[in-house]
Design a protein around this ligand. Structure first.
Ligand code: KIV
Ligand code: NA
Length: 254
C-alpha cells in the first residue's frame, strides 16, 4: 500500500463486538493496544496491563476478525529485561490469541528483543515518539522530539527498526515535519497518531474517536461521535422507562 501511495487505516479494538464492526468496514489493521489498560480496565497508565490480560483481549478480537491484520502490543515489562523473555512473550501472544503480529515501544534500547522476535518469524511493528510505557521518563504527555537531538535519535531509531526487520512502525505525537521525514526515509509503512498527514497511515484509539472517552482533548484526536453523551441519553431513557413501568410493554413480554 505504501508503494502504491494508498493510505493505511488502523484502529484499536479490545473486544469481540467492536472488532467485528471495525473489521466489517475494511479497516486495514486492528491494534489490540495496551491502551486497553486505560480504556477497558481504568488504569492511569499503560504500565500495569499484563501479558495474560492483553492475550484475553487479543483472542476476543481475533475471533471477530475475518479480514484485517491484527497487531498486539507487548505489555510493559515483557520485552525490556531480556530478549529471551521477550520472545517467550511474543510467542505466547501469537499462539494463544491467533494474532498476526506484535508491537513494542522503543528503538536501540530494545534492539535485541526486536531481532530475536523477528528471527522467530513473528512480524514486529515498532513504536517511536511519545511511547506511553516511558511516561515516567518523559514526565508529561506533550509532543516529543521537538528538539534537534531527540529528533535525530528518533530518525536513527526509525532506520534501525527497518534494518532489524520491523514490517512497520507507529509514530506518536511528534512534529508533522519529522513524521514526513521519517516516512520518506524508510520503505516500511509509518502509521501516525499525532504525527501529521505525510505519513503512510493513521491510527486512533476507537473509544476516543467514537467519543466514548471524554476526559482529554489532544489536538490529534478527531472525534467522529459523542457516544459518551448518546449512550448516557439512552441509558437515562431506559432508567426512566423501568422506573415508570413503561418497559416492558405488552408486546415485550411473554
Ligand atoms: O495502545 C495503543 O492504543 C497504541 C496506539 C495509540 C498506537 O499503541
Ligand atoms: Na500501545
Amino acid at each position: 500500500m505504501k508503494q502504491k501511495g494508498e493510505k493505511i487505516s488502523m484502529l484499536t479494538a479490545y473486544d469481540f463486538s467492536l472488532a467485528k464492526i471495525v473489521d466489517s468496514t475494511g479497516t486495514d489493521i486492528i491494534l489490540v493496544g495496551d491502551s486497553a489498560g486505560n480504556v477497558m480496565a481504568g488504569y492511569q497508565t499503560t504500565l500495569p496491563i499484563t501479558l495474560d490480560e492483553i492475550i484475553y483481549h487479543a483472542s476476543s478480537v481475533v475471533r471477530a476478525v475475518k479480514r484485517a491484520m491484527v497487531v498486539v502490543d507487548l505489555p510493559f515489562g515483557t520485552y525490556q529485561s531480556n530478549s529471551r523473555k521477550a520472545l517467550q512473550g511474543a510467542i505466547r501472544v501469537m499462539k494463544e490469541s491467533g494474532a498476526h503480529a506484535v508491537k513494542l515501544e522503543g528503538g536501540r534500547d530494545v534492539k535485541k528483543s526486536i531481532k530475536r522476535i523477528c528471527k522467530a518469524g513473528i512480524p514486529v511493528m515498532g513504536h517511536l515518539g511519545l511511547t506511553p510505557q516511558s511516561i515516567y521518563k518523559f514526565g508529561t504527555y506533550t509532543v516529543r522530539a521537538t528538539e534537534q537531538q531527540e529528533a535525530q535519535l528518533l530518525k536513527d531509531d526509525a532506520l534501525l527498526l527497518e534494518s532489524l526487520g520491523c514490517f512497520g512502525m507507529v509514530l506518536e505525537k511528534i512534529p508533522a515535519k519529522l513524521g514526513a521525514e521519517v516516512a520518506t526515509s524508510v520503505n516500511i509503512p509509518v502509521i501516525g497518531i499525532g504525527a501529521g498527514n505525510q505519513v503512510d497511515g493513521q491510527v486512533l484509539v476507537l473509544q476516543d474517536m467514537l467519543g466514548i472517552t471524554h476526559e482529554f482533548e489532544p489536538r490529534f484526536l478527531r472525534r467522529y461521535m459523542n457516544l459518551y453523551e448518546d449512550i448516557g441519553k439512552a441509558v437515562k431513557r431506559y432508567n426512566l422507562d423501568v422506573r415508570t413501568g413503561n418497559f416492558p410493554s405488552e408486546y415485550e413480554q411473554y
